[in-house]
Design a protein. Sequence first.
Length: 494
Amino acid sequence: MLDRRGFVAGAAGVVGAVTVPGVSFAGGRTEVVVRGTLPPGSPDYVYVPVEVPRGVRELRVSYAYDRPAVPAGTQGNALDIGVFDERGTELGGRGFRGWSGGARSEFFLRADAATPGYLPGPVRPGTWHIALGPYTVAPQGLAYTVTVGVAYGPTAPAPRPVYPPERARGRGRAWYRGDCHLHSVYSDGRRTPAEIAAAARAAGLDFINTSEHNTHAAHAAWEGLWGDDLLILTGEEVTTRTGHVVAVGTDPGTFVDWRYRARDNRFGRYARAIRRAGGLVVPAHPHATCVGCAWKYGFTEADVVEVWNGPYTPEDEVALADWDATLAGGDGWLPAMGGSDAHREPQRVGEPQTVVLADELSREAILTGLRAGRSYVAESAAVSLAFSASGGRGEHAGIGERLRVASPDAPVTVRLEVAGAPGCAVRFVTDQGVLHSAALPASGAGAVEWSTTAAYAAYVRAEVRHPGAGLPGGPPGALAAFTNPVFLGEARSG
């Protein structure tokens, strides 16, 4: 039954979703046009049913919508699009066949090929659904036109997907550089997978993670692009209306649903699904100011948090301070990482990059290092760090570890070695704040030491900062690099 806005209530078990009257190819038609208007306050997802007849080899969809002028400070129209096949639109994505958000105005699917962002496969008969996502709606409403076409004929064989291997040759136990937040033409990026792989190598990276918005279609798009020098992990940027999470290193072919908000109490289910698929749950740019980008789910289900996203900005400064405020307890702490979120030129792949201590260049070893916080974040491959703490009796701990000393008052020496940071300064940050800082030599290479105790500092982490004014009342300059903490504590008896 239609409500007063022309919606059918209770669509497919998806929170905040409705269905509108749909499309039929009765009478031998091969193309049908659907028009409608979505009012302000529309549900997050609107489904257009499409009755696909037998014998179809290709489905084609295009759409357009109006963009009226709006007053300053008011959001205009933005409409996303995707498709689910005859298996349905229920949460979990069994029928998911692709999503392009607002990046494309048309797409196609057939057994042997599909538009990037969409999954090749047979166009089986039954009720399919075009998924419309009114991201923002102008006060005048959002008038849309969807054109759906079919082509009949024999179905070509579906290709068998080829996924990246889980291990590269690497250098054994070493520090490996990676970028886990990247976008290609398979969502709203402009680079092809080949261009991303080339840019990753040019940036000095050892691993990357494919993280397209709300689709896993790119998982099979990297054949021939990996190598002994480049490990390619598969994942997704799960882009909900109340925050984005990067799934890092999930099993190839894993889809993670995004059709819920924080108020729906569904995120934990999909965070656990990411972990069951072998991946890490990484809230992205938690203090971003774009619509729907700021993180609203809390961090109970997170494995790591992305506190540096692209070129360093005040948003990252807030994220860094917010993360630092969680470290004082020590046990159960949440490691930090960075990612470029690069979509197109001039955005640079590997700015920043997360440098991970791993036993080998493999999916398992890299994710283990990230999960343990054995990592630091640098603006480029030019910057390298070595950070550790040592006690007077030979005790030693590195990044992400805990230094156990004989007593809270036992002396501890913290040491940071830096290369590739000309003009920068070092800051040692503790649970009390910044307790030591020093300028590096003009060359940007040098070592800084500081003496403390576990009673005085529950943890120490290091920052390397460029000169500059920074935020009012805040630290000077943008980050060149920062480390996860070393925790300090008394040795446990027994």
